[in-house]
Write a protein that binds this ligand. Structure first.
Ligand SMILES: [Zn+2]
Ligand SMILES: [Zn+2]
Length: 110
């Protein structure tokens, strides 16, 4: 495992949103998997924003992204592509939440 840095509040919130999507493969309750950045550039380190939701089986089980990465990516797509999709979904979720909060705070006025 890469060395861990402490997650900020925003990062923890992001990760809980990612986890709330459910396992990317089977929709079961998930934990987050950190994507290892490819071709480490300047200032580019493993980020808590670069996370995808996976259940235990798909994360660390027998045919998981950690144990059988090649097979995993053949079946479900490259983790970097999954990451892009996950980021889109989280952004959609945030937009929906913003709208919801907006209507709630402005209820009486609309
Ligand atoms: Zn799963
Ligand atoms: Zn992982």
């Amino acid at each position: 495992m890469a060395k861990k840095k402490v997650a900020t509040k925003a990062e923890r919130e992001h990760m809980s949103k990612v986890a709330s999507l459910g396992c990317w493969v089977c929709q079961r309750p998930a934990n987050v998997h950190h994507i290892r950045p490819i071709g480490l550039g300047i200032g580019l380190k493993s980020s808590h924003y670069d996370t995808i939701p996976l259940c235990y089986d798909h994360h660390q089980g027998q045919f998981s992204i950690h144990n059988c990465k090649q097979q995993f990516e053949d079946m479900y797509g490259k983790e970097t592509n999954i990451l892009q999709e996950v980021k889109k979904r989280v952004a959609d979720m945030e937009q929906a939440n913003d709208l919801f909060n907006f209507y709630n705070t402005h209820k009486g006025e609309i």
